[in-house]
Design a protein around this ligand. Structure first.
Ligand SMILES: NC(=O)c1ccc[n+]([C@@H]2O[C@H](COP(=O)([O-])OP(=O)(O)OC[C@H]3O[C@@H](n4cnc5c(N)ncnc54)[C@H](O)[C@@H]3O)[C@@H](O)[C@H]2O)c1
Length: 294
């Protein structure tokens, strides 16, 4: 499949950088969001990131300008989808919102367009029914920050065709990523399932008073050689992401052990969402960051 036009909807932490990857890969990329302010922030932040590559002589100023010349932004989803060969959805992690966005994309995009979701926890089969093309819907799951992280999980939905999977893997490769293919859907896919097992155990140890979260982080860094401990990683990804993902699972299962831990819930309720708000499990106004109270 010749992908010459890409549409990315949702210009937050993920979508902004995914769109940049598209533009860097030589693809005409349209970035959509409901918020004009968010779009402007996304483009400005991308410029800062890519300027660093120019400063380090990893790319030229002309290449930077060419990439930004391929990146446009709009608050009009139908306009963004019109003529797009491939769409990556990265809007808020809410099934109702994603289904609405997919229904509108289905109406706006050409018949051949593939519609992929970057959702971390929602499976594409839950969304595909909102479209008339379930065989062209799959998960294309990037990792934060997409400009840096090299992995993409490509997940087959109940109706996803081989062609859709092959085109998605190929797009990931063009964006400089390595794809792993999941042959069936399972909530959390692959990496996040492994991560959740570690993180659940970390919350269990913390909530049961076995160790402080800073010691659990230290133990995972020094004892397992992980670059970040589970609480440092939670702050890095955004505590709301972990909280919402746990709430989704908890709502489904009703099992108390699937509910967000009190130490996570209290921080999210206070608006302490990790690095992006300057405070989560750690306070980032100090150097080095200091552990916060519950
Ligand atoms: N943050 C991560 O580490 C991470 C990693 C992989 C995947 N994801 C997934 O990526 C998606 C986005 O996550 P994020 O962290 O970038 O969230 P975010 O909150 O930073 O950004 C979400 C964006 O969606 C926009 N939005 C809301 N409703 C919209 C609509 N109807 N149409 C278009 N835009 C709309 C918001 O204005 C916001 O800019 C989620 O599905 C999440 O599960 C997140």
């Amino acid at each position: 499949m010749d992908i010459s036009t890409l549409c990315v909807t949702g210009a937050g932490q993920m979508g902004s950088q995914i769109a940049m990857l598209g533009a860097l890969a030589g693809i005409e990329t349209r970035l959509h969001d409901i918020s004009r302010e968010q779009l402007d922030t996304a483009v400005a932040t991308n410029r800062k990131h890519i300027q660093r590559r120019v400063d380090k002589a990893k790319m030229t100023a002309d290449e930077l300008e060419a990439a930004f010349g391929r990146l446009t932004s709009t608050t009009d989803l139908a306009a963004a989808g019109r003529g797009a060969d491939f769409v990556i959805e990265a809007v808020v992690e809410r099934l109702d919102v994603k289904r609405e966005v997919f229904a509108e994309l289905d109406r706006a995009c050409p018949e051949h367009a593939i519609l992929a979701t970057n959702s971390s926890y929602l499976m594409s089969s839950e969304i595909a029914g909102a479209t008339s093309r379930p065989e062209k819907v799959c998960n294309m799951h990037f990792f934060f920050p997409p400009l840096v992280m090299r992995l993409v999980e490509v997940v087959r939905g109940e109706a996803t065709s081989d062609y859709t999977l092959a085109a998605t893997v190929e797009l990931a490769r063009r964006m400089g990523k390595q794809a792993v293919l999941l042959h069936k859907e399972m909530p959390g896919f692959l990496v996040n399932r492994v991560l959740r097992a570690i993180s659940n155990e970390a919350y269990f140890l913390l909530e049961n008073g076995v160790a402080s979260f800073e010691d659990i982080d230290r133990a995972c860094r020094l004892g397992l050689n992980h670059p970040l401990g589970p609480f440092e990683l939670a702050d890095f990804s955004g505590l709301d992401i972990g909280y919402n993902a746990r709430m989704e699972i908890f709502t489904r299962t009703g099992h108390e052990e699937d509910a967000p831990a009190p130490s996570l819930k209290s921080r999210v309720e206070r608006g302490d969402l990790g690095r992006k708000t300057g405070r989560g499990f750690y306070d980032y106004s100090t150097d080095p960051p200091t552990p916060t109270e519950t």
